[in-house]
Design a protein around this ligand. Structure first.
Ligand SMILES: Nc1nc2c(ncn2[C@@H]2O[C@H](COP(=O)(O)OP(=O)(O)OP(=O)(O)O)[C@@H](O)[C@H]2O)c(=O)[nH]1
Ligand SMILES: [Mg+2]
Length: 125
């Protein structure tokens, strides 16, 4: 496995309300980074970060899950946190170790990956 020095690593937590799309965003980012070769979907139980059988059955995240990929020579460690209030300590723990957080918008505002001429971007759809 490739070894990265500290400046080449970013720990990024995905936080937001329950069901707002954090796991789907993580899935799309991993796909965009080339860490996986197919786009996993929560509804199909095929995401990287919702892997527990209970998570797959309920289609919600129950714990913080770590997955990583490389973007512009930087290792991105994604911390996909659960959004439902019962699991708030999981999100708090992730934020303690994260360099940055992406706050996903409420589920009424959906996001989808799109590419601009300059590279990958995430845009509201
Ligand atoms: N069309 C569309 N559906 C989305 C999008 N993001 C999430 N969904 C759907 O919304 C539901 C919840 O998505 P998740 O990605 O599991 O949301 P989450 O924030 O990880 O949920 P918790 O971890 O349980 O808080 C699923 O049925 C997804 O298919 C999106 O950008 N577009
Ligand atoms: Mg989730």
């Amino acid at each position: 496995m490739k070894v990265y020095d500290a400046p080449g690593i970013r720990n990024v937590a995905l936080v937001g309300h329950g069901g707002c799309g954090k796991t789907s965003l993580a899935s799309a980012m991993l796909f965009d980074m080339g860490a996986v070769n197919r786009l996993g979907r929560v509804d199909d139980g095929t995401t990287v970060t919702d892997f527990d059988p209970d998570e797959i059955e309920r289609r919600i995240s129950l714990q913080t899950a770590l997955a990583f990929g490389e973007w512009k020579k930087t290792k991105i460690n994604l911390l996909d946190t659960p959004g439902y209030a019962n699991f708030m300590p999981e999100a708090r723990s992730a934020l303690r170790v994260a360099d940055a957080a992406i706050v996903a918008p409420p589920s009424s505002a959906r996001w989808s990956p799109s590419r601009s001429a300059s590279g990958g971007e995430w845009c509201p759809s």
